[in-house]
Ligand binder design. Sequence first.
Ligand SMILES: [Zn+2]
Ligand SMILES: [Zn+2]
Length: 206
Amino acid sequence: MGIHEERARAFFQGVPLARKDGREGNKMYKETKESQWEEVVRFHGHICGGLTIGYKAASYAKKLLGIAKAADEEVVCIAENDACGVDAISVVLGCTVGRGNLLFHKIGKQAFSIYRRDTGESVRLVLKKLPRPMDKEDAKSYYLQKMPSELFDVKETTIPLPEKARIFRSKTCAVCQEETMEQEMISMEGQLHCKDCCKPYNRFQV
Ligand SMILES: [Zn+2]
Ligand SMILES: [Zn+2]
């Protein structure tokens, strides 16, 4: 057992898991974890398997890396899908699209890489296969009941920590005259164009 798993195990010991209906398992759970789970459900709008996966991954990463909610960009998440689970990542880890610390490497996997900028530590959590075929409801209760360590393989991250979100200047599009982030523009015949005003140049399309 690595240092990561040890930290997580110590935290999760004695912390009851959410019941199937999302209510508290007992008083202690209510005081510790339930309020955040409720916050996650409120934010997402419903309880589903995907949300549960994201919630367990975020809580696990927090313990593995010893982090609190990201105040700004100290915590970065690269999600390998853009499904329900990323909403839980946003609430629990404070990684949001707007802050620039939630990024996507969309390859359709239930996998999340989480990084700490200050220490350079990171983990990649990859959802394990279900032990047997299950329908949607069964899978949801399975994910709700299991410990994060039972749900995820803890792997090394493969994508290097991305640089902090930069502020770019805006320039005026030569055609529509709308202000556009410079790095998103295309230079044509010496003038900057936004992508919507840029006529595609493809001499192979005949
Ligand atoms: Zn959902
Ligand atoms: Zn334009």
